[in-house]
Design a protein around this ligand. Sequence first.
Ligand code: ADP
Length: 703
Amino acid sequence: MQDVDKTKAQLLQEVATLHQQLAKLSASESEHKQAKEALRESEEKYRSLVETARDVIFTLSTDGTITSLNPAFEAITRWSRAEWLGKHFARILHPDDLPLAMEFLQRALQGETLPIFELRVVSRSGGYLIGEFTATLQIQSGKVISILGIARDITGRKRMEEALRQSEARYRTVSDLVSDYAYAVRIEPDGRGVVEWVTEAFSRITGFTVRELAAGGGLARVIHPADLPRVCQRLRVLFSGQQGISEHRILTKSGEVRWLRDYSCPERDPAQGRVVRVVGAGQDITDRKEAEEALRKAYDELELRVQERTAELAAANAALQAEIAERKRAEEALRHSEEHFRLLIENALDIIILLNGDGTVRYQSPSAERVLGHKPEEAIGKSGFEFIHPDDLPHVIDAFTDTIQKPGITPPIEMRVQHRDGSWHVIETLGNNLLNNPAVAGIIINIRDITERKHMERELLQAKEAAEAANRAKSEFLASMSHELRTPLTVILGYTSLLLEQTFGNLEAEQADPLRRIDRNAQELLDLITAVLDLSRLEAGRLPVEVREVRIPKLLEELQAETQGLRERASLEFVWQVEGELPPIYTDPGKVKVVVKNLIGNAVKFTTAGSITVDAHSRSGGVEINVTDTGIGIPQEALALIFEPFRQVDASSTSHLRGTGLGLYIVKRLLELLGGAVMVESAVGRGSTFRVWIPREPAPPDC
Ligand code: ADP
């Protein structure tokens, strides 16, 4: 078509040139004979071209009169040229096109280059033909002499276009009825899709104009990126010639997401065998999808709620089951416990009875029959007081009165109850007032038969009393024996001393030596007897504590004087240290003296060189008197033993030293009497310290 237009324009141009040349030629024919000849040939050539042209070629005078027509006019319009030559061109046109035709004529005459335009021409058959016109001016010597026009019959093409337009309109109407939108995409040989047309609705849905769609990547540009692979897959199916339906999302120009249900159908070119067009239609199913989505969500929520409810019910059921199981377990435990306690009560050695508030027996455990011989039916319903010894009744009634007045356990009491065989048993009872406890509503009495125990206690007491009496007798015997022994021994010692002092005449050396041995052994015997006497007095309780106010410094002064002989015999340094402000204490001074004398005696005995220190000071609510020596010391393992009677450390090393092994025992016992104590610290070879503590006052006698 473009080629034809081009040829046509060229032709027009050439025809115009020809006319100009003709004009020139006619003006100076004589001058340009050769040129005229050439022109004639050329004119001939063009005339034949015009004569044979398929388009109508015509000329108009400047007033619009038709001045020439080529044969194509007759072939196309069926008019004869003669009928129209010399007539005004407007008469052959459709009346409606006249204004346009006149306008073009005027514009052409004003020198404007006209575009191709369409006009309808009356045909001989009475209808109209549609012509496509071009026109150009013929100018001679600067003056317009005529208008040259070419018209092409485009009636057939126009009819086809109209038919197509009508069918497309019909198609659109139909597709508008069945769908929201429709489109057609031409598929280029290189596979590119060119949007041919889309319905208004498509633009309305997508927000893109047809031009925007055609320019920017076709319909694919609106597809939602997430659905693009799926749509591409469908396109491949389409290109294989099959039609298809897809539901996919699009992104509108404003960024909104919409759902389309798209039916597309490929159109094949039978000649090329390839898909040349895709025609599609579809609906905006966003509302339906949203409804579906809402429905799905609602369903999901419902499902979730159902699941939650199911879980709740399952949990509630599990809790119920657990509670039932727990109750069963508790019942079972209770049953076990009940059985356990019942068996305990039934098999207990103790008797358990349950009394009402008035003292009547409501229950008695099986052991009651075993211990006291009464069958349950003989006791239940009777007053518990019936079985009690008349002498014990008053204090039992008192105790029972106390028991019912306050809930809980009462102190144990003893009483005698009568066995079925008439004998009396001593029992110890423990009451528990559970009158306020609805499960019991009574007083539980726990009864233990202590007849046997009482019997044994009595026997034990008698045995103890007998033993004590025997011990006292022994001590008395020892005391009197010691006394009896001391008297003759004192006489022996007196005479031996007189003999040794040569009161009864001179003594030879061989006489004096055995006499001294007699004296020493008699002295040892006297010490032993004195200690045994002290001990027996102690054991017999014949050493009463005579408490007086004692001033320790004065007591130590007296001791200094009393031990003078002892000290003189030893070549040791004696140190006496007494705390200045020592307050008086209340104790038995005689016994304190015996204690300290004993310790000084031992210190002298077991010290060959060095010193002996006696010091007294306040300590822990009393007085501490220490006797420290620099003697042989006592091994660690012997420290605990030396306070036991007749115990001495390794006799071999001290065999030459006189002793009974009773001194420290007496010291310990005397201090016990005074409420005091004795302790020793010692190191072998370095000496010993005996610490005596006497309380400020003796402890009360009953403690
Ligand atoms: P004894 O009459 O034998 O001295 P004691 O009961 O007074 O009996 O002492 C028991 C033993 O304790 C002594 O035989 C001696 O071995 C040891 N003993 C007591 N006092 C001292 C002391 N000051 N130094 C070393 N040993 C001592």
